[in-house]
Ligand binder design. Sequence first.
Ligand code: TNX
Length: 487
Amino acid sequence: MIPKPLSVTATHNVYRLMDETTVTINCEELRPLAQYLVELLKPATGFSFFIENKVSEPEKRSISLYLDESFELKNKEAYRLTINEHHIEIISTKDEGIFRGLQTLRQLLPATIESKKQRSGSWEIATGIITDQPGYSYRSTMLDISRHFFDVTTIKRHIRNIALYKINTLHLHLSDDQGWRIEIKSWPNLTTHGANTEVGGGKGGFLTQEDYKEIVSYAARYFITIVPEIDMPGHTNAALASYPGLNCDNKARDLYTGTEVGFSSLCTNKELTYQFVDDVIREISAITPGRYFHIGGDESHATTHQNYIDFINRVRTMVKKNGKQMIGWEEVAQASIDSSDLIQFWNQPQTAINGIKQGAQVIISPSKYAYLDMKYNSNTLIGQNWAAIIDVKRAYEWNPLLLINEITKKDIIGLEAPLWTETVKTADDIDYLVFPRLAAIAEIGWTPDAQKNWNNFCKRLSENGKRMKQLEINFYPSPLISWDNNQ
Ligand code: TNX
């Protein structure tokens, strides 16, 4: 099981899925989750798994999903999974907790349960009781769809894969120098022009607002919140190429297909710029049910310091006006922020400390440990190495609490492992850099540090490798792990 649950008590018996196994729910709210479970179990087993709405009868070999406000663990992702020879029960105060529990149950079944074709198997699960809840509430990964564009199908597949590890947030990097990737109805050239290329000169692409909504609602089925990012005032060449008026000299920039950073800036002392930013934030916020809006704010080397601060202060009020909580990369802590904002630490502890001093909580994304675009070793064919070479052990063996002296647990909302895609062109490339390192990061986010152990993680990851194979995830087969190649 990855991430490792908080408490596991084995009772040394087995439960077996059978053709007569039913799924019971104690309220209609759980029906989508029962359906999700059936979709998960049906293809490989070939069993029917009827869904019944009633309090389960233990002798009936059911898997019961049970919402109960009086369940003792109040964290919305907490659950208890009880397995005896006759019956399985997942209980939580919220459907979200049931969903996380289902990921645990899934990982207790043989890896062949993930097969889309019917398989023979005895479908046994070891009995016991698992009581579980996360250490951090924000457990995220980022996908950059600007440097290379990835379509709805690829993003949905990614959502399914990250959900297995109880990741609950997907941050989409929707704009950068190389491409603007989301339709903005009031500024149509952003996508008719600014989406037409990507790193290396490929054709690029963009999400329509309908596509984006489809992704948001698909992610919600996996209890994953989408966090949209529009990076500004730097990383904006695609916008500057689409609307000449956003440049101080009123001259449209050329589309950009390289990988330099820090050369572009919106013209921060023009009113048109703020009208533009307000429209963008308003349109995206309107189709984003999640509470966050990420304004980027990183590497704005082409903006003067004072202009940068004035810009962030003003954009921050626009985010609030649109009913969202602002997230910014650590640099935004130079502006006037407060406890209603989140900053994302990636590089300089001092900027993160600035943010904490102003009362903001931090998302921990240290490039030296959590950047999924870093190479695994010097021979890795894709990826970068400017922050570090990150093998699976390095991705696993760090503690968010120990990175910055001044930081305490209450300052940390959680972690994120970003995937920047300058070198990532295909869904297979995404898989290769994300897995299995995201499994390591997911465990840091969920499991208390004292319960983490590298050798034990390696064993569980080796098991997990069979599951990733069934799911056709093109993971990096790290030589640090002894993979079982028989399945
Ligand atoms: C730095 S990390 C960036 C990105 C690049 C990444 C490549 C951060 C906030 N900015 O623009 O894609 O390095 O590793």
